[in-house]
Design a protein around this ligand. Structure first.
Ligand code: DX5
Ligand code: ZN
Length: 230
């Protein structure tokens, strides 16, 4: 069903220069990024730390596309209003982050932000099916969250197809996150993914001073997807 739709590319600034987010964001948007994916990690839900709402607020003015915030934190609910106030367009919380996912998703929508649910590779995809009327996006993790540059877990691809079938006509996007590159993107798009998060595959080889590689890397992902469709 996605055969005619352009795929959305969401570079993750986890692979950008943390001392230069503003210029990195402008560079990667100029290189063709559709969304900016912002990975928030708490050192508890995942074994790594990044940043919180203050950094999101600081980078917000540099984003002209969509600020797609992936919350790898537990608990989630105490921080929703802060991330909403920081300017997130989308807030995606993990199914595994707590026992009350409906409450979390309702709170995100009540804060005026588009809610998404992310699901780890070890969680059966069916676990998100009861949530499909509450979310704008499902983020299917194809690595265990916490770090950029990990290997793509190919066993997740058939689950993307099953999720696409379960979504049916609902206006719910499928985002795939982890190990996305020209070799892995075509398969997940063929299975039904709409949004491709890519960190290392986009930011490799370039910089804010030399963004040409960013454009080439994004173009390579788009071209690989187009070739598979042709
Ligand atoms: C992983 C993050 C991803 C990560 C992807 O925990 O949620 O968004 O930045 O990085 P790559 O594309 O390098 O796998
Ligand atoms: Zn992410």
């Amino acid at each position: 069903m996605n055969s005619q739709h352009p795929v959305t590319i969401a570079p993750s600034i986890l692979s950008a220069d943390f001392a230069d987010f503003g210029r990195e964001i402008r560079a990667v948007e100029g290189a063709g990024a559709d969304w900016i994916h912002v990975d928030v990690m708490d050192g508890h839900f995942v074994p790594n730390l990044t940043f919180g709402p203050a950094t999101c607020r600081a980078i917000r003015p540099h984003i002209t596309t969509v600020m797609d915030v992936h919350l790898m934190i537990a608990p989630v609910d105490p921080y929703i209003d802060a991330f909403a106030a920081a300017g997130a367009d989308r807030l995606t919380a993990h199914l595994e982050a707590g026992p009350h996912i409906h409450r979390t998703l309702q709170a995100i929508r009540a804060a005026g932000v588009r809610p998404g649910v992310a699901v780890n590779p070890g969680t059966p995809i069916e676990a998100v099916f009861p949530l499909l009327d509450m979310v704008d996006l499902v983020c299917v993790m194809t690595v265990n969250p916490g770090f950029g540059g990990q290997s793509f877990i190919a066993a997740r691809v058939p689950d993307v197809a099953r999720l696409r079938a379960a979504i049916g006509d609902r206006p719910v996007k499928i985002e795939v996150d982890g190990g996305i590159a020209p070799d892995t993107a075509p398969g997940v798009v063929a299975a039904g993914a709409d949004v491709l998060v890519a960190g290392s595959a986009v930011f490799t080889g370039g910089s804010a001073d030399d963004p040409a590689p960013y454009a080439a890397n994004i173009a390579a992902i788009r071209q690989a997807v187009a070739q598979r469709r042709a």
